[in-house]
Design a binder for this molecule. Structure first.
Ligand code: FMN
Length: 181
């Protein structure tokens, strides 16, 4: 393909910030940046588990071990982690796409659809069937930015097993193309 044809295809899929519904251009841009899929969990002050599907997760520092998640201010899970000062990041297996949908949807009790146990150190919900990697954190800092909260967590515990990760990109779920593990 020559450069001109590539430019035309790029232009066809473009949108300017501010030209359409709020966030449309940014959503399109971010859809071109595939990621793994996490369920962020937290127990509230009464010990009730909460959780949501989250792709806005990144490593921040290795020393001390620190990560961050970006959660909408309206999130019930954010309210729970504010109460307990703790949360966990559960990385989903490729076969757990349905769980990702449930933790993003309107199901009354999301935890009925999975198997979970409190983790050893932080006592945060660990999805034992659907997650192959787990990080339990204490809240170090929370920074409000626009309609989201950046929650910076100090990692207190990590568990990892080998499996194929669930991915999300181009507005759909996918699996990492691993021939053999
Ligand atoms: C693939 C995918 C990724 C998502 N990533 C995020 C995210 O990074 N942060 C966020 O606040 N919501 C994210 N959401 C939306 C939440 O999962 C959804 O709004 C959920 O219902 C919030 O639950 P809660 O209010 O009980 O915490 C994502 C949804 C999907 C399907």
């Amino acid at each position: 393909m020559n450069a001109g044809a590539a430019d035309e295809r790029f232009a066809a899929a473009s949108a300017s910030p501010g030209s359409g519904p709020p966030g449309d251009a940014q959503r399109l841009f971010m859809s071109m940046f595939p990621s793994g899929v996490a369920v962020v969990t937290a127990t509230d002050g009464g010990g009730v588990p909460h959780g949501l599907t989250c792709t806005a997760m990144t490593s921040v520092s290795l020393e001390p071990p620190t990560l961050l998640v970006s959660l909408n201010h309206a999130s019930g899970t954010l309210a729970a982690l504010r109460e307990s000062g703790r949360f966990a990041v559960n990385l989903l297996r490729a076969r757990s796409e349905r769980t990702a949908e449930i933790f993003a949807g309107r199901v009354a009790d999301r935890f009925d659809a999975t198997i979970w146990t409190p983790s050893v150190s932080t006592r945060q919900p660990r999805l034992v069937r659907d997650a192959f990697a787990f990080a339990g954190c204490t809240v170090h800092q929370a920074i409000s930015v626009g309609d989201h909260e950046l929650v910076v967590g100090r990692i207190q515990e990590i568990e990892v097993a080998e499996d194929v990760p669930l991915l999300y990109g181009m507005r759909r779920f996918a699996r990492w193309p691993v021939q053999q593990l």
